[in-house]
Design a protein around this ligand. Structure first.
Ligand code: R5P
Length: 291
């Protein structure tokens, strides 16, 4: 049977892939993955409709390298059935290694781009990639979908009275501005520094006017939670009211979620680019529309 689209789900993004398939009224194919005791992946899947546009959906969150390798293997297999393979990688691991920060560092994002192209991806679709520089490593078309409108819709429903939106660093300032305008409110940007060797973050801002305000701190990624925790501790010292947190990709490495709550955050909301208990915002509709 000839169908326009077929969706293949990797192990890391089954629910999101199913939702995208439903939106596109496309057949959903699940890759069966098995991890051998030595860590190797074995991937098997049933027949793929020929000549369709095949959408391979898989975020590359931890275990990053395993999920990445599985994505490459699925694309490579799908390429046998069709020349039109779109890699939907809602959370793109390695995107923060998009340039050389310290001498001698490998720009691993460029290797990831080369591998995805080498196995046959003809287009890459991501959600809120950490920086557009990461996409410059691709020689095929790329689409960067924004989660901000969907996160804003969710926060509108919470009916927080005129919250102040906060970006924890200057790099996230335009994100905070967009989010604040959708919530019809104002925003501020904190200054953050990160030690490139230890990874430790510090908030460098001095005084900010947050007294008596409910805040929504918005970031693209929460990994160890260090940025959000430092920002929350700083903002709480300035006598704000409640602190809410919104992010696109909730990695929550280790016990980051517990530590963030312990720092005084009332609620953490993320999208389903990474399936977590905080993933209240569904990106399937926006991803499906972008295809
Ligand atoms: C950095 O610039 C990013 O936008 C995030 O703020 C960062 O990746 C979060 O990492 P962590 O949770 O480990 O501080």
């Amino acid at each position: 049977m000839l169908v326009k689209f077929a969706v293949i789900a990797g192990n890391a993004s089954r629910d999101l892939a199913k939702r995208i398939a439903r939106r596109l009224k496309a057949p959903y194919i699940e890759a069966q993955t098995k991890i051998f005791p030595d860590g190797e992946s074995k991937i098997t899947f049933s027949s793929i409709p020929k000549k369709s546009i095949i959408l391979v959906v898989q975020s590359t969150y931890p275990p990053v390298d395993t999920n990445l390798l599985q994505t490459l293997a699925i694309i490579s297999q799908a390429r046998k059935a069709s020349s039109k393979i779109y890699a939907i990688i809602p959370y793109m691991g390695y995107a923060r290694q998009d340039r050389q920060f310290l001498s001698g560092e490998v720009v691993t994002m460029s290797i990831v781009a080369k591998m995805l192209q080498a196995v046959g991806a003809k287009k890459v679709i991501v959600v809120d990639i950490h920086s557009k520089t990461a996409l410059n490593h691709f020689k095929i078309p790329t689409v960067n979908v924004s989660a901000i409108p969907e996160l804003a819709k969710y926060f509108k429903k919470l009916k927080i009275k005129k919250p102040l939106v906060v970006s924890p660093d200057t790099g996230g300032s335009s994100r905070a501005k967009k989010f604040a305008s959708l919530l019809n409110t104002d925003f501020i940007t904190l200054k953050k520094s990160r030690n490139r060797n230890t990874g430790k973050v510090q908030i460098q801002s001095s005084k900010v006017d947050v007294h008596g305000r409910d805040l929504v701190v918005i970031d693209d990624i929460i990994s160890t939670g260090g940025s959000i925790i430092k920002a929350t501790q700083f903002l709480k010292k300035q006598k704000c009211k409640r602190v809410f947190v919104a992010c696109t990709h909730g990695l929550f490495v280790g016990d980051a979620e517990r530590k963030i709550k312990k720092a005084g955050v009332s609620k953490i909301i993320s999208t389903n680019t990474i399936p977590r208990s905080t993933s209240k915002v569904d990106m399937a509709g926006v991803i499906a529309k972008s295809i």
